[in-house]
Design a protein around this ligand. Structure first.
Ligand code: TRP
Length: 460
């Protein structure tokens, strides 16, 4: 039977509100900034196919598991796991899964905020018409100038962290729900405009082939790990963000349908971003594998040449900042909810404390692009030969911590939790769909994660 627990932090006003918030969390820099550049670095088509496969067979079932655990526990991830472990009579060490998730969220936000800062900077750069008529070289040097100055990056990182703390301090539902409701559709429209532009003036066909024609000789075991890690990253899985959002979900909402809707929207945004960016890459003879600067070195070329480009460019980066904002909030919410529950802090105090810590840690990323750009801690290991501190942080969190978190979530949800509890909480009957979910989470996810991990260790 359903539990009658309530969250002390409140509840979403409806299922739609949850979908919006979860989509707000899922759709972010991961889709528009990260997906294109890692697809470019890892050879395109085959990488994209592995990523899509991971979304379908790992991402959606794990999202359902996370939402289910959150809604049943109705607290921050640590306390949710603690409560559920007691209820299911398994070791209370499971609560550390919630703790590890909090740490992952903190580490991710520390660099996420720096990149969101780039997007903020580009609102003004595009809006002022700086890119009008520029060629690829000009656009590239503007990007290089930005990242080479630590003070500038720090200033934008600071602004973004303050924005994040501000919303988190006010609580999740209020303004956030309304903002996402308007901005998400606007982002879709603008992405379609950009794809339309790329269709007309870019090397669209070449881009579509690059993205959708799998060439398995171009993907490595490490590439497969990156694709899987990105499936977790882009859906905000493996660290309790979706669990905490699930804890505010009304009891009668369908977890399966909700999760599928969120995953579909998230994937659509990523693919649209790819279709907007790669035609510009190929039309201008750029390198698909330039790395984290990819969108900042390609889209401005389009904005610099299209009619009304300064306006559209500014609008695009504003929406990107909003998308990043709604994601950042979910990265820090687990820690804030825990500080409120266990340390007796007020929401405002908790938000400021967690935000400040994240801000300080973000300095690592700020300096990775300039004064510490030559610091390559793990250069002895071939795959990390060129990895900066930022690259390592990203690798550790997205490709190791999140899949590991997902693996443990799968083990808890499908092995430790009783069948009766999950049948009850998922409420999708006991025919076809429930057994399918249970099979995927019980066997496919753990086996897939372990195989990918093992094959990636091989390359070290
Ligand atoms: N999914 C977001 C993006 O694609 C980032 C994000 C938000 C995230 N919350 C998360 C990633 C939790 C991992 C875990 O930009």
């Amino acid at each position: 039977m359903a539990t009658d627990r309530q969250s002390i932090h409140g509840q979403w006003s409806s299922r739609l509100a949850f979908i919006l918030a979860a989509t707000g969390s899922a759709v972010g820099l991961g889709n528009i900034w990260k997906f294109p550049y890692i697809a470019g670095e890892n050879g395109g088509g085959a990488f994209v196919l592995v990523y899509l496969l991971c979304i379908a067979v790992i991402g959606i079932p794990i999202m359902m598991a996370e939402v289910m655990l959150g809604r049943r526990g109705r607290q921050s991830p640590i306390n949710t796991m603690d409560t559920l472990a007691r209820e299911e009579k398994v070791s209370s060490h499971w609560k550390w899964l919630g703790g590890a998730g909090m740490l992952a969220g903190f580490l991710i936000l520390s660099y996420y905020s720096v990149i969101a800062g780039w997007a903020l900077a580009y609102v003004f750069r595009t809006g002022s018409g700086l890119f009008t008529g520029l060629t690829a070289d000009g656009v590239q040097s503007i990007f290089n100038n930005l990242v080479s100055e630590p003070e500038r990056l720090l200033a934008w990182h600071t602004i973004f962290m303050v924005m994040t703390m501000f919303v988190v301090a006010r609580g999740v539902s209020g303004g956030l729900e309304k903002a996402v409701r308007m901005l998400m559709p606007a982002l879709f429209v603008l992405l379609f405009v950009l794809v339309g532009y790329a269709w007309n003036s870019g090397a669209f066909q070449q881009a579509a082939m690059f993205l959708f024609q799998p060439d398995f000789s171009r993907i490595t075991a490490n590439g497969v790990l990156i694709a899987m890690g990105h499936a977790f990253f882009t859906l905000s899985l493996g660290m309790g963000a979706i669990m905490v959002y699930g804890s505010y979900l009304p009891q009668n909402a369908s977890i399966a349908r909700t999760s599928i809707a969120v995953a579909l929207m998230d994937t659509l945004v990523a693919l649209l971003a790819g279709l907007a960016i790669f035609p510009i890459v190929f039309a201008n003879g750029l390198e698909p594998g330039v790395g984290p600067g990819l969108i900042f070195q390609t889209l401005p070329i389009a904005f610099g040449h299209m009619d009304g480009g300064a306006f559209f460019g500014m609008l695009f980066f504003i929406l990107l900042v909003f998308a990043a904002w709604t994601s950042a909030i979910s990265l820090i919410e687990p820690a804030v909810a825990w500080l409120v529950e266990n340390r007796g802090m007020t929401r405002v105090f908790a938000a400021v404390a967690a935000g400040l810590a994240t801000w300080v840690f973000g300095l690592l990323t700020v300096f990775s692009f300039n004064i510490w750009s030559e610091v390559k801690l793990l250069s002895a290991i071939p795959v990390f030969r060129d990895s900066t501190l930022f690259d390592l942080l990203d690798y550790l969190t997205a490709n190791i911590m999140l899949p590991l978190g997902g693996l443990l979530i799968a083990i808890f949800a499908a092995w430790k939790m009783s069948r009766a509890s999950s049948v009850d909480e998922l409420a999708m009957g006991e025919r076809f769909f429930y057994p399918l979910w249970r099979f995927l989470v019980r066997y496919i996810t753990p086996v897939a994660v372990i195989i990918v991990f093992l094959s990636a260790i091989d390359i070290l």
